[in-house]
Ligand binder design. Structure first.
Ligand code: SF4
Length: 927
């Protein structure tokens, strides 16, 4: 349609609002109640514009364009009207100080200043509300500054899907309330801060905000917590991060959304417990190795030269005396692509071992293995925005998405609320997302293959398979079909606990709504059947023809901020960077040549082996046996996060030499011999790769504390020192360890990793959305995998049968324990337990128990209970809830010592992926 705005002729789509048409032409019309993310309501009237031929102005946010409209957005008359509207709004407000101070940095303040509005003399002289009336630790509430634009109400409902805020009363008594006039947290607020981010006046604001820091320097970066990879701005004053603010609505993957951890969990950066100087155990300083099992002595703070020289000498001595297999390296899913690349290069090139792994082993190694078997690529096939915006149905299994990947969880809620996408949640717990589900299938823990085979059997019975897709793009279908035939609804219902009617209803939804996006996380992967669970999900998507299309796909949600990147970088014992197998002679030759060193003596010159190295759990066991004598750990805390921690502790007690590069003292640091103080995400530069394969920058905003050094610099210096000590010089094109910056490492990664070949610092800085594979500098990236062909050629069906968990409840240990995360903490809690507000909301572990079991064991709500397994015990407060079924306990893994659930979990491993079965073990309650 043709319209004229302020004399400019424009062509716009029918249905576009006048406001959007003007905005696209770069013309700013003032608004308060309007926000591009929210449903327009046209209530504040600030966006009134003049339309030729109409007597009265119209609201630009709600008025659609029509052919030939001629619009004026700024006239003297409009300015006067806007001033009047603003003064009426100001009159209804009450500010505790000068209104100019209160409104500094707000949208209302901006328009007040532009139109010269003055708070009238007859304005409210007394506050209407008690200011700072809500105890939320992150948000300040002062409705005396509220103009009733309802952006908070709409943001909470439409963006977060939470409905905490509402409007109460009428006329001049109208006000915003939380819940039924209660506190935010009582109204089930998740403290995401969206209400404050969208509030244009400061009535709802972040507690860290003050007049002294609203002009803080903003540094754009990537969140350090989960794999969603939200973009955010660190607000910096005097070399300190004082707060976090949202990025612009059109910046992916999150726009203005953040969760409570990303927005408010930043105070760990300047926590007084930060490690700031290298340390070595006193008794080791003279170079004497630790006798097996000898206790560790006191720490001595040393300078970097002493610490790095100590590590260089001892690791070289071990390598030369008992061989490369005596050394092991833990990379880190919390660290950057560049740092993970360097750790595996250190292991492989310098020390000649594939003993390198990281915590993906403990969360998604079964996904990587299973999807590689089915499709040839172990990553999320589609993108988060694609799933949320294009899918016809959602199938979420084993993912507590709103707590573990909260911003993506909110996107899923939006898909249900706005697009009416049917949602099936399959989870042994009634997780929050189940409230939005068309169907909640509450299968017993450890019965996922039963459930999925049962659903696929019903789909086949209905003739719901995509025969054309199976014929043209798949193999192995017949054997698969024979296998699922025996999974009758009655058998599946009996063994999973899901009623037959629900199984049939789920199969109907899956057949009638395509494409469906399958989404999962650790509820699927952390089993001794992790790989076959993943293969079943791959089967389901092949059967329905949901692969390679927008809105479909396999969507495993990676946990840590850079677990995808750490895998991509080859921090795995069987793969070089880019999933290039160490078993492939040509690929070994490629890396031998790229990393070639001038030879010295034979003990360090052996070629890279074709056999994989040890996994993290195998390395811990080997250290306990004395087979692995030197362990280098970057940013991991196995004494908190590995299963059966008592066993892990006994291994670390006997370990000869443990070098830990960390930011805080941890359970593992108690067993370290050397500590190298590293840096947080706010103190260095690099890239993370999020769950949908998007490579993103994170940026240095503040200086490291004390003598702490950036992690990539520590690793690079170690590499240089070891080569120098061994008298070897780099001769291959990528053999050196002199890096001017992380960008130089990224460039080396691109040269050796086909998926990252086209990812450059310059492209990232330009804001390009780059999802691997990006095989060349002019390739736009790949938002959807497997579009025309699978990475392995044909998609492969696998005939898989149900296998029981390693340990099931019995007379002695009659309850089944399953574990997971909560919204307010992250992983081992090293950062979130040092965040004051997060800890205030969730200060101790709760154990969910059904009302039936609570009655049976005579347990009161919030009573501290002791949970015992065959391996150990932990304490937690009882949360009596119907979220779990009878016979099942749920506990989180964020708290240490006698509250660590991993004292009880089992180290039984999936035979292929070697992932432990965190999700099922047998326990009893001792009251
Ligand atoms: Fe950070 Fe994940 Fe929260 Fe986003 S959803 S703010 S990435 S923790």
């Amino acid at each position: 349609m043709h319209v004229t705005i302020d004399g400019r002729e424009l062509e716009v789509e029918p249905g576009t609002s006048l406001l959007d048409a003007a905005s696209r032409a770069g013309i700013e019309i003032p608004t308060l109640c309007h926000h591009p993310d929210l449903t327009p309501v046209g209530s504040c009237r600030l966006c009134l514009v003049s339309v030729a031929g109409r007597e009265t102005p119209v609201a630009a946010c709600t008025e659609p364009v029509s052919e030939g409209l001629v619009i004026e957005t700024e006239t003297e008359e409009l300015a006067a009207q806007r001033r009047e509207i603003l003064e009426l709004l100001l009159a209804e407000c009450h500010f505790s100080g000068a209104s100019e101070t209160a409104l500094a940095g707000t949208e209302l303040g901006k328009w007040v200043q532009r139109y010269g509005a003055v708070r009238p003399e007859w304005s409210r002289s007394e506050p209407r509300f008690v200011s700072d009336s809500d105890p939320n630790p992150f948000l300040r509430v002062d409705f005396n500054e509220c103009i009733l634009c309802t952006r908070c109400v709409r943001a909470c409902a439409e963006v977060q899907g939470r409905f905490v805020w509402g409007v109460s009363e009428r006329g001049r008594e109208t006000r915003i309330i939380a819940g039924v006039d209660t506190t935010m947290l009582e109204a089930r607020c998740e403290s995401c801060g969206a209400c404050a981010a969208y509030c244009p006046t400061g009535a709802l604001s972040d507690r860290w905000e003050s007049p002294s820091n609203f002009q803080a320097e903003k540094v754009r970066t990537t969140c350090t917590y989960c794999g969603v990879g939200c973009q955010l701005d660190l607000n910096v004053v005097d070399d300190r991060v004082v707060g976090v603010t949202s990025v612009e609505p059109d910046v992916g993957p999150n726009g203005m959304s953040l969760c409570v951890k990303g927005r408010y969990g930043f105070d760990f950066i300047h926590h007084p417990e930060r490690l700031t100087r290298p340390r070595v155990r006193r008794e080791l300083l003279d170079g004497t190795p630790r006798p097996p099992g000898a206790p560790r002595g006191e720490w001595v703070e040393v300078d970097w030269d002493v610490a790095l020289e100590f590590v260089t000498k001892r690791f070289t001595a071990i390598q030369q005396s008992t061989g490369p297999a005596s050394l092991g390296f833990f990379a880190s899913a919390k660290c950057s692509n560049e740092e993970n690349y360097l750790v595996q290069k250190l292991a492989r090139q310098v020390f000649r071992t594939h003993n390198v792994d990281h915590c993906a082993r403990l969360c998604h190694s079964s996904t990587v293995a299973g999807l590689a078997m089915a499709f040839g690529s172990g990553a999320m096939s589609n993108s988060m925005d694609d799933v949320a915006e294009s899918t016809a149905a959602l199938f979420v299994i084993g993912s507590n998405t709103t707590e573990q990947h909260p911003v993506f969880g909110a996107m899923l809620r939006q898909a249900v609320l706005r697009r009416k996408s049917p949602l099936i949640v399959a989870d042994p717990r009634r997780i929050d997302l189940a409230e939005f589900a068309t169907l909640h299938l509450q299968q017993k823990p450890g019965t996922d293959v039963l459930l999925l085979n049962g659903l696929m059997s019903l789909i086949l019975e209905r003739g719901g398979e995509d025969a054309g897709f199976i014929r043209e793009r798949c193999e192995g279908f017949e054997e698969f079909r024979e296998t699922v035939r025996s999974y009758t609804p009655e058998r599946v219902a009996n063994e999973t606990g899901v009623p037959v009617a629900d199984l049939r209803a789920a199969a109907d939804i899956l057949c009638e709504h395509r494409p469906m996006a399958a989404i999962w996380a650790m509820g699927i992967t952390q089993h001794t059947t992790g790989v076959i669970n993943v293969l079943s999900l791959a089967n389901l998507q092949l059967l329905l023809g949901n692969m390679g299309v927008p809105g479909g796909g396999v969507n495993p949600l990676r946990g840590q901020n850079n677990v995808q990147g750490a895998c991509d970088m080859g921090a795995l014992p069987n793969l070089f960077p880019g999933y290039q197998s160490v078993a492939d002679a040509a690929l070994r030759a490629k890396f031998e040549s790229a990393w070639a060193l001038s030879p010295t003596d034979g003990s360090v010159d052996r070629p890279l082996l074709e056999t994989p190295g040890l996994t993290v759990t195998e390395m811990v066991d080997a250290a306990g046996r004395g087979d692995l004598r030197g362990l280098f750990i970057l940013g991991e805390n196995p004494l908190m996060t590995d299963p059966d921690v008592n066993h892990v502790r006994s291994c670390f007690e006997r370990a000869e030499l443990v070098v830990l590069q960390e930011i805080f003292p941890s359970e593992t640091s108690q067993y370290a011999d050397v500590i190298l103080p590293g840096t947080t995400f706010a103190e260095r530069d690099g890239t993370f790769t999020n769950t949908d394969r998007r490579v993103q920058r994170f940026r240095r905003a503040v200086s490291p504390p004390g003598a702490a050094r950036t992690d990539w610099e520590i690793l690079a210096e170690l590499g240089r020192r070891v080569l120098q000590r061994q008298g070897r010089t780099p001769i291959g094109p990528h053999a050196g360890w002199e890096y001017a910056s992380p960008d130089a490492i990224l460039s080396e990664i691109g040269a050796l990793t086909p998926q990252y070949a086209g990812i450059t610092a310059a492209r990232l800085d330009s804001g390009e959305r780059l999802q691997w594979p990006v095989p060349s500098a002019d390739h736009p990236g790949t938002p959807i995998l497997h579009v025309d062909r699978f990475t392995r050629g044909k998609g492969r069906f696998h005939a898989v049968d149900h296998l029981p968990p390693h340990e099931s409840p019995d007379a002695e240990f009659p309850l089944l324990l399953t574990t997971g995360r909560v919204l307010y903490h992250w992983h081992g809690g090293e950062m979130t337990r040092r965040s004051q507000g997060l800890n205030a909301i969730y200060p101790e572990p709760f154990v969910e128990i059904s009302p039936e079991d609570a009655a049976r064991w005579e347990i009161e709500s919030l009573q501290t209970i002791r949970i015992q397994s065959r391996r150990g015990e932990f304490l937690g407060r009882a949360a009596i809830t119907e979220r779990v079924g009878a016979g099942v306990l749920f506990a989180n893994f964020h708290f240490p010592d006698d509250r660590n659930v991993n004292n009880a979990t089992i180290a039984a491993l999936d035979p292929v992926a070697k992932i432990p079965e965190y999700k099922v073990c047998a326990v009893r309650i001792v009251v």
